[in-house]
Design a protein around this ligand. Structure first.
Ligand SMILES: [Fe+2]
Ligand SMILES: [Fe+2]
Length: 364
């Protein structure tokens, strides 16, 4: 499948959508360009379907990052974001009428209904029972994180002794097994997500910090900040957190409050290093000043540790199993990181992370 065909498909679809927006779905521009886009689909199928996934600000078409950033590609991503769609899968056998209906819904305010050859949705975490890799490497540290985070409530003190012990355990594990990819653990069930993700982000952040030459007390605080970055999610209603379909704009607003909730909670806790609330607050900010919380007005710059945690967070989210296919391979994830360097992430940190990864792992 050539990127040129993908670009053409997106450009025809976007021309159709703007035609529909300006005039109506009965306008000849809409008809002409939906037909053109539909005709191109046959060149895009791989194994009977073509998938468009949006991860952050990147588009992945059939598992390959689509890196062209022309006007229609940027607008396509904006449209998906606005409609809260993270993936679209179109299967072979679709006819012009079904495609036309899909395009009409894409152009309007309506949500997109599933149809025989099209599925649309958000990316979910797969409930997978078999683990790969070597999760036992983190056995002790991870169960300490589980106990500490599962007992957490907004009214209780954090079990800092367990969390500190876990960080020491991660640091010594990284000394024994330098290939961080063998250490991070896949999420096996929805229940495990919180502490497995916290652990993976802490380990991936420590790995980056060590690659930069940081040691001692600094490393310790960085590990804790990584572990606690998402602690504010306990203030997000479970109905939003556990929802398996696309969030409504109101639910998404609730979700976006977790950095501020986490920072407020952590700054009230005794014995939590001051770095932890900073990182909790800033981990969804982006290098170019976008992201959330929206701090453009006060021109707040992201702390370098928050920048490392956001790379770790992205990396772990992509390595997590998805319901429609296995997690993306390291090359794809690496490609996406490179593509987002300078926009979402500090390019120097991405470089340092990727070169440290290639030093410790073969075949990258
Ligand atoms: Fe988060
Ligand atoms: Fe996270």
């Amino acid at each position: 499948m050539s990127p040129v065909k993908v670009a053409d498909f997106i450009s025809h679809l976007m021309t159709a959508l703007s035609g529909c927006g300006l005039y109506s779905e009965r306008h000849p521009v809409f008809t002409e360009y939906t037909e053109k886009a539909a005709a191109l689909l046959k060149d895009l199928y791989s194994d009977g379907s073509v998938s468009f996934l949006m991860i952050g600000d990147s588009l992945i078409v059939n598992e390959a990052p689509f890196t062209e950033k022309n006007f229609s590609a940027v607008n396509f991503l904006k449209r998906l974001k606005k409609k809260r769609i993270e993936k679209i899968v179109i299967r072979e056998g679709i006819d012009t009428e079904e495609f036309r209906q899909f395009a009409t819904q894409m152009a309007s305010r309506e949500s997109i209904a599933a149809s025989p050859h099209i599925s649309v949705g958000i990316i979910e975490i797969k409930l997978k029972t078999s683990a790969v890799g070597a999760p036992e490497l983190l056995g002790k540290g991870m169960s300490a994180v589980r106990n500490a985070l599962q007992g957490t409530s907004r009214f209780r003190q954090l079990d800092m002794i367990s969390l500190e012990g876990a960080v020491l355990d991660f640091i010594s594990t990284l000394k024994k097994e330098m290939n961080v990819l063998r250490i991070i653990t896949p999420v096996k069930s929805h229940n495990e997500y919180t502490y497995v993700h916290a652990t993976n982000v802490a380990v991936l952040t420590l790995f980056q910090a060590e690659a930069l030459g940081l040691t001692g007390e600094a490393l310790h605080d960085i590990g804790l900040a990584g572990l606690l970055h998402d602690v504010g999610k306990m203030f997000v209603p479970a109905t939003v957190l556990d929802k398996r379909s696309a969030l409504t704009p109101e639910e998404w607003d609730e979700m976006k409050k977790h950095p501020a909730h986490g920072a407020a909670y952590l700054s009230r806790m005794r014995e939590v290093p001051p770095l932890a609330p900073i990182v909790a607050f800033e981990h969804h900010m982006k290098y170019n000043g976008s992201g959330y919380p929206d701090t453009k007005r006060i021109a707040r710059k992201q702390h370098i540790v928050s920048q490392m945690v956001s790379i770790a967070d992205f990396f772990d989210a992509l390595r997590t199993e998805r319901p429609y296919r296995k997690s993306l391979d390291v090359q794809t994830v690496t490609g996406l990181l490179k593509e987002a360097a300078g926009r979402d992430f500090n390019p120097l940190l991405v470089d340092s992370f990727l070169s440290a990864l290639s030093r410790v792992s073969e075949g990258m």
